[in-house]
Write a protein that binds this ligand. Structure first.
Ligand code: UFG
Length: 338
């Protein structure tokens, strides 16, 4: 298949591009580079041993988006592009709704106009909101606790309505838990701009000496050691889930279907810190600070639907996630070159 990967220069997108190529597909990247450095492309091409077509495009620009479909003969789209910082979305809701919804609608309209109707959507476990049931299943009601989360819930609804209206569409909604880790080469990985919002990049920056210490947001939750529990998933396993979803859509017509991509295991903040300290052979200084507003105490995936229907499961352990994150961080202490 010739697959358009929007946000293909980003963290999860770049890892997925490599796996698409390794599986014998072709990949075309569309990215506006608002949260990715162009130097990632050189690394992708050298790892893949081939050149990769790249469009620098703002997907909210409908004319530019449609033009791409007129030039490329595409079979499917994996739509990663979008703003993703929860806190920023609370401060700038209009920007999040405008960017994330407009770009999704623009891509779908261009696809429809060019008879491309196989679509994989980057959704998030955030669509389960603060449901008290910690093990999340796909049939739980969706809701949100931030504008970012609402853009995922709303986009999922648009996709469900589309599949309902026109049975030529095949749509896979993939709900990611907490992606971490990096390509085993250490050449591509997560490169947050500015202050990292997420745990793993923050821990990695402490280990490499870019930050003094980690703030652990609360140690009084009802969890194994009082710290927050999440389902961390190696980005390589996550990328593989996208290939499995494309394979599923070629074989079976589900219309619209959602799958959790997670390991099924809950890991506490302190367990992750401990694993990272071993992987890096560095001490990770931390202090306990108050809870971060809006954080859920604990949740993880029930991944049995993806196991059964996609033939997919996670393979990599927490120690491998930390070892690969550390290799990326220690080989690229300042992230990608400008
Ligand atoms: N944490 C800290 N210190 C930090 C950062 C995080 O203690 O500096 C803790 C959090 O309190 C939480 C855990 O580490 O218990 C994980 O936090 P992250 O910020 O890494 O991830 P979240 O689970 O909060 O959010 C992630 C994605 C969101 C997505 C959400 C829902 O970043 O985009 O999962 O699945 F919406």
């Amino acid at each position: 298949m010739r697959v358009l990967v929007t946000g293909g220069a980003g963290y999860i997108g770049s890892h997925t591009v490599l796996q698409l190529l390794a599986a014998g597909h072709q990949a075309v990247i569309a990215d506006d580079f608002s949260n990715a450095k162009p130097s990632v492309i050189d690394r992708l091409e050298s790892l893949a041993g081939q050149s990769i077509p790249v469009y620098r495009v703002d997907l909210t620009d409908r004319a530019a988006t449609t033009e791409m479909f007129a030039v490329e003969r595409l079979d499917a789209v994996i739509h990663f592009a979008g703003f993703k910082a929860v806190g920023e979305s609370v401060a700038k809701p209009l920007s999040y709704y405008q960017n994330n919804l407009d770009s999704t609608l623009s891509v779908l309209a261009a696809m429809d106009a060019h008879n491309v109707r196989t679509f994989v959507f980057s959704s998030s476990a955030t669509v389960y909101g603060d449901n008290p049931v910690r093990e999340r299943t796909e049939d739980m009601p969706t809701t949100a606790t931030s504008p970012y989360g609402w853009t995922k819930v709303m986009s999922e609804q648009v996709l469900a309505d589309l599949a309902n209206a026109d049975d030529r569409w095949r749509i896979a909604v993939l709900r990611y838990f907490n992606p971490v880790g990096a390509h085993p080469s250490g050449l591509i990985g997560e490169d947050p701009s500015g202050f990292p919002n997420n745990l793993m990049p923050f821990v990695a920056q402490v280990a490499v000496g870019r930050r003094e210490k980690l703030s652990v947001f609360g140690d009084d939750y009802d969890t194994v050691d009082g710290t927050g529990v999440r389902d961390y998933i190696h980005v390589e396993d996550l990328a593989a889930g996208h290939i499995a979803a494309l394979d599923r859509m070629r074989a079976v017509d589900d219309g619209w279907s959602a799958w959790n991509l997670g390991s099924g295991d809950g890991v506490s903040v302190l367990a992750l810190v401990d694993s990272f300290a071993r992987a890096s052979a560095r001490e990770i200084p931390y202090e306990i600070v108050p809870r971060r507003p809006g954080d859920a105490p604990a949740y993880w995936a029930d991944a049995s639907k993806a196991n059964a229907e996609l033939g997919w499961r996670t393979r990599k352990t927490l120690d491998e996630m930390c070892a690969d994150s550390w290799r990326w961080q220690s080989q690229n202490p300042g992230g990608y070159p400008d």
